[in-house]
Design a protein around this ligand. Structure first.
Ligand code: NAP
Length: 222
């Protein structure tokens, strides 16, 4: 069992937390408004779930999922994340986040931007390519022939191993998409972003296997 801290517990954070609890992990949820606003979600998820402040959730997690709008990165606390593997699910969108010069250009990927705020954390980009409803509906047990795959990117082998183990435990296979600097290959609007799992209008989504995800990553251009 892993304890997973969540900074952000909205659509995607809530979906990952649900799969984590189903897989027997403990989850500690947080959001911007405070733990009391997460009471209904915690009650629904059951005894493996609890709610806390952002700082407490960051401190509690063996693994911490940052799943907030990119504009909230400055609010992610650095000290409790030092040395920890942090999953960054976040996608930059100027319509929601405002314009961020480094991200409008190609000098920085959004996970590299997060790293500026949490310099001692060990981030891995994951889950940013899949619609939360597809994430819930396409999860399959290990060994199932119709497992879907998710790309991950990061600079630390051990952190990628930890994230791979977590993702595999909640129903997906993993394709290593390379470094944080190369994570533009799975950023908003790239071929691997959303499309392999079908349109959001089809809430069930469709299976995307390892080869489909590798081919979509290879097709990315900028
Ligand atoms: N939804 C998807 O299918 C999907 C798929 C792939 C990637 N993503 C990406 O994942 C991230 C989360 O998306 P989402 O759809 O789950 O968003 P969402 O439903 O709007 O939830 C955002 C969460 O972040 C929290 N938050 C916002 N500002 C915060 C702060 N300063 N401190 C702590 N928590 C804060 C919110 O808390 P409050 O509600 O209390 O403000 C909420 O729990 C985004 O970057 C998005 O682009 C989403």
């Amino acid at each position: 069992m892993t304890t997973v801290g969540f900074l952000g517990s909205g659509q995607l954070g809530g979906a990952i937390a649900r799969l984590a609890v189903q897989a027997g992990h403990r989850v500690v949820l947080s959001n911007s408004r405070g733990p009391e606003t997460l009471a209904d979600t915690v009650a629904e998820l059951g005894p493996l779930a609890s709610a806390a402040t952002v700082g407490e959730a960051a401190a509690a997690g063996d693994l911490v999922v940052v799943t907030v709008p990119v504009k909230a990165f400055p609010a992610v606390p650095a000290a409790p994340l030092a040395g920890k593997t942090v999953i960054d699910t976040c996608n930059y969108g100027p319509e929601r986040d405002g314009h961020i010069a480094e991200l409008d250009g190609t000098s920085l990927t959004s996970t590299e931007l997060l790293l500026r705020y949490v310099p001692d954390a060990v981030p891995v980009k994951a889950f940013n390519t899949i619609f939360f409803k597809h994430l819930l509906s396409l999860a399959r047990p290990a060994g199932a022939g119709d497992r879907s795959y998710l790309p991950i990117a990061g600079d630390s082998g051990p952190a990628k191993e930890a994230v791979t183990a977590f993702i595999e435990s909640i129903g997906y296979g993993v394709v290593d998409a390379g470094s944080l600097a190369g994570s533009w290959r799975q950023a908003t609007g790239t071929p691997v972003w959303g499309t392999p799992y079908g349109p959001p209008s089809d809430e069930k989504g469709r299976q995307a296997g390892e080869e489909a995800i590798r081919a979509a990553l290879a097709a990315a251009t900028r």
